[in-house]
Design a protein around this ligand. Structure first.
Ligand SMILES: Nc1nc2c(ncn2[C@@H]2O[C@H](COP(=O)(O)OP(=O)(O)O)[C@@H](O)[C@H]2O)c(=O)[nH]1
Ligand SMILES: [Mg+2]
Length: 394
């Protein structure tokens, strides 16, 4: 195994940055680039913290502390200026360290611990990406329970368990994982609907601040505006896009409008849920057919806005897939808790068992897909073994 270095702290300026050096020659490299403060030579014993300078020959790069974590793992804590960080990384590179990303290095460190399986390593690597506390719990549970436990059980009982049981088990995990992913990585909600129905007002109301411009003039929203909000275990990324429901069916006037529309359609296709905002104070106008076509197969919540005005919209005339409705006033902020509750229901996150087995990486997902149509016990054993102990995809 060679020696690796990576910046473990976030990109950009910070008070302090941490560079991890890990591997067989880590101590040798550290000794070459570190000059301890004071007169005593440094011992680099595990558990020690050393104060000194990172030097390139006679040139001082920065004053640092070094945490000696094990005989082959050291954390250099330097000042957070990115220029200093780059200088130190380049120096380590010249002294023989292979430069990696934080995630790549973490996977090397974790893989070196023989007793932990690949699912556990993937869980540890995914942990910082979770958007909610519940998401972190789902991930953590895959280590001792969840997917690790399920895969181990399959292997232990491979002689007695039926292929059908394995196939349907894998299918169930894939299905449950869709909800788990929303809790872990967040849910993308797109706000669509006719002009002036209150889409931008809703975005501002849900984000708790003025992100999108609101006026009575049609076409006020020219681009797409995003915002973030949270309801219990669900972190929601909202997008208010120009032209969604306003003019998808018409021919674009120019290249800018064409590009803007293409982007709007892409955002729509990637959405987990559509919030279709209609003006409850107006009789039903013609809903854009292209929009309806695009959202027909998706999770849709029809948001009847402007509940503070006399109701004029006849919901009975709406297409069937728009029948899940909630009445709000985005301007007054009323009905918002009901709206959140509906979103949670539609996303199936209510009462989700955080200990259930789910897949959290595309490697796991691909293996489970193969397992769901497995043809023999030998093939099943090989796929499950790969699931537990296969190569990481970092
Ligand atoms: N009475 C009332 N007016 C609203 C409500 N929500 C939005 N509006 C008004 O409707 C107009 C259009 O709102 P806007 O958010 O720009 O609509 P968009 O075109 O769908 O983004 C503005 O004058 C808003 O103040 C509401 O709940 N009640
Ligand atoms: Mg708008």
């Amino acid at each position: 195994m060679s020696t690796f270095a990576a910046v473990m702290t976030g990109q950009g300026t910070g008070a302090i940055s941490t560079i991890q050096v890990f591997g067989k020659k880590a101590k040798t490299i550290i000794k070459e680039v570190f000059k301890p403060a004071g007169t005593k030579p440094a011992t680099f014993k595990a558990g020690e913290i050393l104060l000194g300078q990172i030097v390139d020959g006679t040139k001082i790069i920065d004053q640092v502390t070094i945490g000696c974590e094990t005989a082959r793992s050291f954390a250099i804590n330097c000042h957070g200026n990115p220029l200093i960080v780059v200088d130190i990384m380049q120096l380590l590179g010249r002294h023989g360290a292979t430069l990696l990303t934080a995630e790549q290095l973490l996977s090397k460190i974790l893989s070196a611990q023989k007793q932990i399986n690949t699912i556990a390593i993937e869980a540890k690597l995914a942990q910082p990406k979770a958007k909610t506390i519940e998401g972190t719990k789902i991930i953590a549970n895959q280590i001792d329970a969840g997917l690790s436990k399920k895969a181990t059980e399959w292997i232990e009982n491979i002689k007695t368990i039926s292929l059908n049981e394995i196939r349907s088990g894998a299918e169930r995990i894939l299905e449950t994982s869709k909800t788990a992913k929303l809790i872990i990585y967040g849910c993308k909600a797109v706000i669509a609907g006719p002009p002036n129905s209150g889409k931008s007002t809703l975005l501002n109301c849900l984000c708790g601040r003025q992100k999108a411009i609101v006026t009575d003039i049609e076409g006020t929203t020219r681009d797409w505006v995003t915002g973030q909000c949270q309801t219990d275990s669900l972190s929601i990324e909202l997008t208010d896009t120009a032209g969604l429901g306003e003019k998808l069916s018409t021919t674009p006037k120019d290249i800018v409008e064409k590009k803007s529309r293409e982007k709007s359609i892409q955002i729509l296709e990637e959405a987990d849920i559509i919030l279709l905002v209609l003006d409850n104070g107006q009789p039903a106008g013609q809903l854009d057919e292209k929009l309806l076509e695009k959202i027909a197969g998706k999770k849709v919540l029809t948001v009847l806005n402007k509940s503070d005005l006399p109701a004029r919209l006849d919901c009975g005339k709406l297409p069937r897939f728009l029948s899940d409705t909630v009445l709000i006033s985005a301007k007054l902020g009323t009905g918002i808790e009901n709206l959140f509750e509906k979103i949670r229901q539609i996303c199936s996150v209510v009462g989700f068992d955080l200990r259930t087995a789910v897949c959290i990486t595309s490697r796991q997902e691909n293996l489970l897909k193969r397992l769901s149509s497995v043809k023999s016990k030998e093939q099943a054993t090989s796929i499950i073994t790969e699931l537990l102990n296969g190569q990481l995809h970092v």
